[in-house]
Design a protein around this ligand. Structure first.
Ligand code: PDD
Length: 279
């Protein structure tokens, strides 16, 4: 693969990052993932806007404009002949002697990006529907910042897999916050779409926002509030959203089937609409 590193496009074997990079030593890094369908970026501006917000929250700097980032993403797609998959971007606070204090503001940041092939439209998981297992949400309390501190979500996903599920839904004080790498939705028996309101407890998903807006267009009733695992188990439907899973049905929670245990019609419709709107 050809990857991007600090202004250059290089074969991946030649693109190296220092041992002293704060992204490597301290997870002092933020990232974004944009889906690519038929060579085109999906909702990329939303991801760049969230990147700027993460940067502002952490006092990180970057000289590139959104237009330059978009150009870089398009160049990577072209150089790697990517049809379907994603572009991953990561920004770190740069290379400096290890210290808990941030380095001076003029320290050059590290910016890397690469493409990854991934089946999005014909995803096997989306077709079958995902089984989720609940896990305690033991992450830090600034989940609205998209940092690379992904060890706990990774542990939670492994624990969910060990319990026979595909992914974890994280639970705090009795309520679902979100998935290990997605936002969580349920459709109640009364056909109300429920997803947690935005706060520092969860990532402000770009796909979540797009799906809420599509659901509004559909005339669906929507409640922005937290829900419990029990409410999810007795829901009519459930699904998760993220750039790379788009809308993926959830067919069981802790082994308890939701509805008939197959992807539901509302989730299927929202997925189809999101795909349509993305083209
Ligand atoms: N994850 N919540 C968490 C914790 C996430 O990591 C993600 C995305 C989302 C969905 O956000 P969006 O719709 O903007 O992709 C919610 C990406 C895809 C990842 O880590 O690979």
């Amino acid at each position: 693969r050809t990857v991007y590193i600090n202004g250059q496009y290089l074969p991946e074997a030649q693109a190296t990052v220092s041992v002293f990079d704060r992204g490597f030593l301290m997870a002092d890094a933020i990232y974004e993932v944009c889906a690519v369908l038929e060579g085109k970026l999906i909702d990329c501006q939303g991801h760049f806007t969230r990147l700027r917000r993460s940067m502002a929250e952490l006092s990180m700097n970057l000289e590139l404009s959104d237009d330059a980032l978009l150009e870089m993403h398009r160049t990577l797609i072209e150089k790697n002949a990517l049809d379907e998959g994603l572009v991953y971007l990561q920004l770190t606070r740069g290379v400096v002697d290890r210290d808990f204090a941030y380095p001076p503001e003029d320290t050059p940041p590290t910016l890397v990006a690469f493409t990854q092939d991934k089946a999005i439209v014909e995803s096997a998981l989306a077709k079958r529907g995902a089984r989720v297992a609940t896990q305690p949400d033991l992450r830090w309390h600034r989940r609205d910042i998209k940092t690379t501190q992904l060890l706990y979500p990774s542990m939670a996903k492994m624990a969910a897999k060990a319990a026979g599920a595909d992914d974890a839904w994280l639970v705090e004080e009795g309520y679902v916050t979100e998935g290990s790498s997605s936002n969580a939705f349920i459709l109640t028996q009364d056909n109300v779409l429920v997803t947690r309101e935005l706060s520092t407890d969860l990532l402000h998903g770009i796909t979540r926002a797009a799906v809420i807006s599509l659901a509004e267009d559909e005339g669906l009733a929507i409640e922005l509030r937290a829900f419990t695992p029990d409410e999810a188990k007795s829901a009519r439907e459930a699904f998760m959203t993220s750039a790379t899973s788009m809308v993926t049905s959830v067919i069981s929670v802790d082994g308890h089937l939701i509805g008939s245990g197959a992807p539901g019609p509302v989730a299927d419709k929202l997925r189809a609409h999101y795909l349509e709107h993305s083209r």
